[in-house]
Ligand binder design. Structure first.
Ligand SMILES: [Zn+2]
Length: 130
């Protein structure tokens, strides 16, 4: 049976140990003096940490994606060649994007983006409203 390669980090100094460093029945001590345990609890704790970091990264990418789209809409508002209808379509797309990638953050659109777009519109394009 093939084992999955596991890396155990010293909780004190973060030095890494592999499965091959462990001898059954003999305690392993890190050069910093910390006892290194090769136990499921420790392995699972590290896996959970990796998952958390991965989740954070996904969250970050989602936020960047939303922000880029919002910036694009701001640019469209500044561009007086761009018709209001096209901006409204982009706004709907942004809302749909937020709903799609972060359903729990859909309030963000109504609370932050919509008022911001409206304010910019009033400031720069108001004269076009009839
Ligand atoms: Zn150590």
């Amino acid at each position: 049976m093939k084992h999955m390669a596991m890396i155990i980090k010293c909780p004190q100094c973060s030095k890494c140990y592999g499965e091959k460093d462990f001898t059954p029945g003999i305690d392993l001590y890190c050069s910093c003096g910390q006892k290194i345990l090769f136990e499921p609890e420790q392995v699972f704790a590290q896996l959970a940490q990796i998952c958390d970091e991965y989740q954070l990264k996904i969250e970050e990418e989602k936020i960047i994606q939303i922000r880029k789209k919002a910036d694009k809409i701001v640019a469209l508002i500044f561009n007086n060649q761009c018709a209001k209808i096209d901006i409204d379509i982009e706004k709907q797309k942004l809302k749909a994007l937020i709903e799609h990638i972060s359903p729990d953050k859909v309030d963000l659109y109504e609370l932050i983006y919509e008022p911001r777009f409206n304010r910019l519109w009033d400031q720069f394009r108001k004269s076009e409203d009839t």
